[in-house]
Design a protein around this ligand. Sequence first.
Ligand code: CUA
Length: 333
Amino acid sequence: MFETFPLWPQRASSMAGNVDALFIFLLALCGFMCIAIFIMILVFAARYRRTKGREAEQIEGSNALELTWTGVPLLIFLGIFVWGAVIYFMERTPPDDSAEIYTVAKQWMWKFQHLEGQREINELHVPVGRDVKMIMTSQDVIHSFYVPAFRIKQDVLPGRYTVTWFRATKAGTYHLFCAEYCGTAHSGMIGEVVVMEPAQYEQWLSGGPAAPLAETGKQLFMSLGCSTCHRFDTQGRGPNLVGIYGKPAELEDGRTVIADDNYIRESILNPHAKIVAGFKPIMPVFQGLVSEEQLNALLAYIKSLSQPPQGTAGTRNTPSTSPSGQQQMIQVQ
Ligand code: CUA
């Protein structure tokens, strides 16, 4: 029946059921209230109609009644708020071990970069049952990443990263839409999310001769000259980047920031915005010199420097002269 008269898009993610449950509850509540009010209008209109010889009775108020019609809706609305907030936070918080896929939106297409190196346009392949975190940015205007079957929608903004995540629960092909008017061909900015069984997905991954994204980033890191200052020891003119990702960084002006995706992005494009304590603002500005895809590769590389295999051992033995370095060292240990 649902195929011929679909009330809802397919449910293909771990969040879909939660979102639908809340939506159905709201729909049922509104429907119930609507019907109750109309029935009461009709009943009261008949029962209390003007009758000859019968005076209207004046009712002067009732505390019990007023407390009830204030208290009951208050509790219902607070319940809806808490319910919605719980779902919101679940949707906003990608699990720590999510697979990461970089997304660049532009007029009018979706570009995806997998960590394994695969690149796609308007098509996104993901495995069933795996948490996937989308790290997204736009190279022009505001777009919005919308997959109805997953019940997720997240604006994609130029100049920063926004994040959403999902765990697909059912193999299949699902619509991907841009949900923010972004110019002439906005309605054509569509694609497909192809959810595959893990084995199939592995096969798909091994299909292309792609170099891992972090490897591409490493090559850029060398060719752009980053490696001359950001050395893996204490002698560099820039901070040692091993182990910094996700850790607090102490700045020259006394502030402390977390070295997350957006911080690293800013530090590449506009390095003078936040100078790490103990270093000089000598890094060239890369705004306009690297594409969003190249930035993603650099980001993937810098993040890979903080991952356990190379990360921990290297950092632990590397002394650092900068206060931020010391702080990071403590964090890593
Ligand atoms: Cu992109 Cu609408």
